[in-house]
Write a protein that binds this ligand. Sequence first.
Ligand SMILES: Nc1ncnc2c1ncn2[C@@H]1O[C@H](COP(=O)(O)OP(=O)(O)OP(=O)(O)O)[C@@H](O)[C@H]1O
Ligand SMILES: C[C@@](O)(CCOP(=O)(O)OP(=O)(O)O)CC(=O)O
Length: 345
Amino acid sequence: MGEKWVLMKTAQTPTNIAVIKYWGKRDETLILPVNDSISVTLDPAHLCTTTTVAVSPAFQQDRMWLNGKEISLSGGRYQNCLREIRTRAREVEDKERGIKIEKKDWEKLHLHIASYNNFPTAAGLASSAAGFACLVFALAKLMNVSEDESQLSAIARQGSGSACRSLFGGFVKWIMGKEDDGSDSLAVQLVDEKHWEDLFIIIAVVSSRQKETSSTSGMRESVETSSLLQHRAKEVVPKRTIKMEEAIQNRDFASFAKLACADSNQFHAVCLDTLPPIFYMNDTSHRIISYVEKWNRSEGTPQVAYTFDAGPNAVLIARDRKAAAQLIQRLLFYFPPKSDTDLDR
Ligand SMILES: Nc1ncnc2c1ncn2[C@@H]1O[C@H](COP(=O)(O)OP(=O)(O)OP(=O)(O)O)[C@@H](O)[C@H]1O
Ligand SMILES: C[C@@](O)(CCOP(=O)(O)OP(=O)(O)O)CC(=O)O
């Protein structure tokens, strides 16, 4: 191998929003959850990560830049993903440029990685989900890895739990798995993006500031202190997941909205049940919930579902284009933005 070549691949991966939430790990290192979760993957044209990975004999060490700033790759999560992908790397040949990387060469070669999120990072909009899914997918492309999306999802999971669900479009289930080594804790596609095309997802950015309690530390504290979390994981989510899968298969918006809203509210109740309590939502988030609940009741049948992750931003899922248009008008009227980007600053 000469020293002068660089081989690159780029991937783009959307973020996903859970409608049955993942909150709590049974294994912190392998990132194994205490319950199944279900999410919807957003359209890649909107909230997404773009990651370019490059390999060259000229690179002296693995390096990564996130949104233009160099970050450390020394954390276990990045190292786990890089190691898992490297062990699956295969021969790569670019005949036109006379480049051949043999399987054994990958251990010695270093990588440079550049990633951009086109939305706020670490603000409760699942940047880690799109980020780690994209990283794993881009590396798998570069290294000619033959594993399918579900197998890659088990690697992305070791970067961030929610990342395993971003390797598929449509509605996706992360099966918690039973094995201690995590081999059966992976994502599967429930239905593709064409199945329920009527749905419109609107993200009301209440605040794009970085949150105070990360999902990782928040869920650790909940596992240690919340008895509601234990009840939720054992008694509530298993039944709710079955009902949610049925609602998605049947495109039954009324059931879908009821289950998604209830699950979001229970996740935030678990946060309140944590010691010390974690507050991810704020007054504006609560006002949005009350507003949507009132509107749904006045229409007789739900028009919009809401769900909130580990932050105050509302993810609103409208049943169709008409409901989405009404929702946007109403949001702008009742919640006029206080800054260029946020409803609340
Ligand atoms: N594009 C990316 N590539 C690789 N890692 C990323 C990328 N974007 C974010 N991350 C990692 O994810 C971390 C942010 O994750 P965190 O869980 O705190 O926030 P979030 O994912 O935006 O919000 P939440 O998961 O609560 O919805 C960053 O500090 C970084 O380590
Ligand atoms: C509230 C959530 O968004 C929590 C996401 O947590 P992360 O996947 O960010 O946590 P780690 O596995 O520690 O990286 C719910 C969800 O996406 O299911």
